[in-house]
Design a protein around this ligand. Structure first.
Ligand SMILES: [Zn+2]
Length: 85
């Protein structure tokens, strides 16, 4: 005991790279000694990596012709709906 464990919100923000350098160092120092928080951080970082991959593949999809055509269909539908209101 003695060491206060990390807040899950802090760990999530750290995994997303959204904490200040001073806080990030404190989190790094804690996970180096605490298996529980280390596991929690690993999970968040795996999620972040998966999200980054999804974003990247989505951008590739958007560049394909079929996806652009589908987008323009969606846009015209949105415009039609807006005109009705
Ligand atoms: Zn901990």
């Amino acid at each position: 005991m003695g060491i206060k464990c990390l807040d899950i919100v802090d760990v999530e923000a750290f995994a997303a790279g959204q904490v200040k350098p001073r806080r990030a160092r404190a989190i790094q120092a804690h996970v180096a000694r605490c298996d529980k928080c280390r596991a929690m951080l690993d999970e968040f970082q795996a999620n972040e990596a998966m999200l980054a991959k999804l974003r990247a593949s989505h951008q590739v999809q958007l560049r394909s012709k079929a996806e652009l055509e589908r987008l323009s269909i969606t846009e015209s539908r949105v415009e039609a709906t807006l005109r009705q209101t």
